[in-house]
Design a protein around this ligand. Structure first.
Ligand SMILES: [Fe+2]
Length: 493
């Protein structure tokens, strides 16, 4: 609830800003959109988790060689239970993720909220349609979604100066009114689908989190390049389940997810313990789904030899058809309160997992001593040689003190961007391929950087090939941009 975690409550529209340097021609006319939770009321009256809040997008629109326009807007869903009249005022009692860590009081708080909503005459709220996802923006088959793993995808229309709310999207009814055997009626989505750059298909896995943290089903979905949910089935899982199924890896043939040691067990709430808990006796395992799978019978798991937690996949390499290498920012341990990106979060290291599909084995090696998270890579390639990450240096701390470029073949840092006046905290790099590029690292890196001394934020574009510290372009934004989650780039086309 301090520093750059504090939300902003002013929405700005199309503010023109001159910056320093030159914006490359192929970026002019595009839009960078950065998603994040931004609690509209403040301060919160219940237990707060930094990743709770309404979805806000920060848009940066380069308009000429040295000019950008900045816009920030909530996704104004206008749902019956939402109150937009209390922006900037103290929040009414509610029920959020952190309440699940309050033990048995969570049950009381949840029941009170249900009764209050009923007395106010609100229609029952589908757990999956509480709000738009705050974690990322997903664009596929001509549609754009505010996305998270907790909610149904919320369709939006982004232009250079606005975010238009269009409504929850259920893939032509596939994610609504599902039979009782398929869990709750409304299905959810993900913040991190894998989009195959060759076929244009989108793959995801999702779980419906239930009121007190239970999980109904673990689902796999394949959306074809036209946007149709073409395959959809349940995957077997182990109980207590993983707390989160956040990100995926892909090869030409497989979608791979991770079942981490951060588990969740609703029975713990009754004992006044946190819902999530790190189970060091549960070694991580990878779930492997053939991309063309028709049923869960084709899904299999391969155990690793260590416990741990992973939020984000970094990249994939293929050695031959039976040997795949995955990279991830892996935490050896994770605190039960799930302090994502706070100073008390455990460190995560760039880790290589060599999976032998024939022998059913995984060999694990940490390849850098730097603490890293928030990776990006060229999305036009399934297998990557280069990864770009936010680095916290050698000790874990809040967000990042530098950005690094890593050559995954040599396992060396080949570029580092830091801040000469030591007044920059990086959020996450985003790699954008240069228009017409053929080489994997031919492109740009963007980020919105926080300056703690002046409590201000700037937008930066760097050269991803040379990874020179001097940016191609930078501009001070008209207001502070709170720490957020993931970004996306829309080219002018
Ligand atoms: Fe994420």
């Amino acid at each position: 609830m301090e520093g750059n975690w504090v939300p902003v409550h002013t929405e700005l529209k199309g503010i023109e800003i001159d910056g320093k340097g030159e914006i490359p021609d192929d970026l002019i006319g595009g839009i960078y959109a950065r998603a994040g939770p931004n609690l509209k009321c403040w301060p919160p009256s219940n237990r707060h988790h930094a990743f709770n809040g309404e979805a806000m997008l920060h848009l940066v629109h380069p308009t000429s060689t040295n000019t950008i326009k900045y816009t920030n807007q909530w996704v104004h869903e206008n749902l019956p239970h939402q109150d937009w009249s209390n922006v900037g005022e103290e929040c009414p009692p509610t029920f959020g993720y952190a309440d699940l860590n309050a033990g048995g009081w969570a049950i009381a708080r949840f029941l009170i909220l249900m009764i209050k909503n009923k007395l106010k005459g609100f229609p029952p709220i589908s757990r999956e349609k509480v709000q738009a996802g705050t974690t990322s923006v997903v664009h596929h088959a001509g549609k754009t979604f505010a996305a998270s793993e907790a909610f149904q995808p919320y369709q939006i229309k982004i232009d250079s100066e606005s975010v238009e709310p269009l409504g929850f999207y259920d893939f032509d009814g596939e994610l609504s009114n599902r039979p009782a055997t398929s869990g709750p009626p409304d299905g959810v989505f993900t913040a991190h689908p894998a989009i195959d750059p060759k076929t244009g298909e989108l793959f995801y896995i999702s779980t419906n989190p239930m009121p007190l943290g239970e999980m109904s089903y673990l689902d796999f979905g394949r959306v074809d390049r036209a946007g149709k949910l073409a395959t959809y089935f349940h995957i077997p899982y182990r109980i207590p389940t993983a707390s989160f199924y956040h990100d995926l890896w892909q090869t030409e043939d497989y979608i791979i997810f991770v079942d981490t040691s951060l588990r969740k067990d609703p029975a713990r709430i009754k004992k006044f313990e946190t819902l999530s808990y790190f189970n060091a006796s549960f070694n991580m395992r990878f779930g492997i789904i053939p991309k063309r799978a028709k049923s869960a019978d084709e899904v299999f798991y391969i155990d690793t030899n260590t416990p741990g937690h992973i939020w984000h996949s970094v990249a994939t390499r293929k050695i031959h058809s039976a040997k795949i290498i995955l990279y991830a920012a892996k935490f050896k341990n994770y605190a039960n309160l799930v302090p994502i990106h706070l100073q008390c979060e455990d460190p995560s290291f760039l880790t290589k997992f060599e999976i032998d599909l024939k022998a059913n084995t995984v060999k694990e090696t940490i390849i850098l001593e730097n603490v890293v998270e928030r990776p990006t890579r060229n999305p036009n390639f399934i297998y990557n040689k280069f990864a770009y990450l936010r680095s916290e240096g050698l000790e874990s701390r809040e967000m990042g003190m530098e950005l690094i470029k890593v050559d995954l073949e040599t396992e060396k840092i080949v570029g580092k961007i830091s801040c000469t006046n030591k007044d920059c905290i990086f959020n996450e790099p985003l790699f954008i391929p240069r228009a017409g590029s053929l080489e994997e690292d031919d492109g740009y890196i963007m980020d919105i950087v926080y300056h703690p001394r002046s409590e201000s934020s700037s937008y930066f574009i760097w050269n991803a090939t040379s990874f020179e510290e001097t940016p191609l372009f930078s501009a001070e934004l008209p207001q502070r941009v709170p720490y957020g989650v993931h970004g996306i780039w829309f080219s002018k086309e």
